[in-house]
Design a protein around this ligand. Sequence first.
Ligand SMILES: [Zn+2]
Length: 500
Amino acid sequence: MAEESYEMSRSRSDASRSTDQHGEYNSEEEQMNLLNKEEQSDSEEEEEEELEEDEEWAIIVDENEVDGIHDFEKDNPTLRYACIALAIGLLFIIFKVAMVRFTHDSGHTERGAERLYYNGSEYFASTVILISFDGFRPDYLNRGVTPNLKQFANDGIMASYMHPAFPPSTFPNHWTLVTGLYPEAHGIVANLFYDPDINSVFSHSNSTSTADHRWWKGEPIWTTSRINGRRTGSIMWPGSETNYNPPDMVVKYNGTMSTKEKMETTLSWLDLPYDNRPQMNEYIEEADTSIGYLLSELKERNLDSHAHIVIVSDHGMADVTDKKLIFYDDILSPDVLKHVRDREALPLLDLRPSPGAPKDTVQKIYDQLYNYTQTVKEPHFQVYLREDVPDRFHYKHSNRITPVVAIPDVGYSFVTHTQVDEKGFQKGGNHGYDNLAADMRAIFMAKGPKIDRVYKQGTVLAPFFNTEVYGLLTELLNMDAPPNNGTLHADFPISFSPPF
Ligand SMILES: [Zn+2]
């Protein structure tokens, strides 16, 4: 089902290829050069990159020009609204903003005419602002430092929590949020993985690979919007910086040094152990303040009752400590370890044989890990052959997933003695564990006129999976969604409805 969905949606997005204004690679040769370069640069430091993923991402998004924004602004008087979102994104770098809005001339008629909104100077069709706070766990809302988010939830709807997709890592989940597909279907199966067909490594921290559209399968909301004749903008949303069919406006990162430092600092708060995290509340407060700012700016433009705002996070966060280490070089024999590629999909222990490895390497990796789990009382991980990964993970139908998948218990880290002896072990926060674990839960809130029509203000939704967000976005934008892994079609089960 998942792969079928992908094929169908992909062929649909391919249909717009001929009208795409954004260049692909100039030649096959150039493409190969890029890939070769990528192979070389990815061969080292992969683990380190993964552990510091958000900081690395900050570095990627630094490599941008924002000239296009100004051009667009001049050519499109109705873009004033998008510019607000961009400004907020630049001010509050910690969150990623994708902004989607209708244009007046949608050719889509099956769903009926869209009611336009007049703010006193212009007509606006349905508008959605999607905001993601990286690593924002639902219980952060209980610290008494988020008055704006609390008010937002009272005025709109919120889920008690939202399950991320597996693995609950940044890139797979941001791509799930905008495609409605499981990672095995949309291809971004981890922040770092190898594709045997492309014969190359995807790394979220390598701008060459994040720009290469061949990694990003499925149809993101901005492509659906383009097919429906609507314009989109994105600020720092993973996958929006590809060289094929990106949103109409893309802001990667407009970096002065101080802004970048601010981003890195803010993100690094998340990596500190909770006990030593005085600034954690500052991160939460800044997220909250940014929402307050957005709402007041919308009000200023008389758009507060018109715009739809959807607030999500990509995953939660768990403490990691040096008390919860699994030394996998004690489990796997040296003759097996010398025949495996670099790890993928950390903090999982996802391994695949290196080129020229003996044919029984996969079975040996699996047997040694599995035998360990059977002989030790508390192994603190589960190991599967890819084809045997339990269905609920939706993590087997892609050869980008390694043939052996080991999932550590929440908070545990696979390490080697060499790694710890040389670099020590950095305590902090991590994610990417079982996506049903409480610590991995994400947030979901939404507000806007169409939501008001369906739900009472202050409604609390029962938990759902983030594959449903894409279907909500297409509903809010009055667009038909291509096949995807969502099943609710924005009809969310309610766990609490206010009695008024
Ligand atoms: Zn993240």
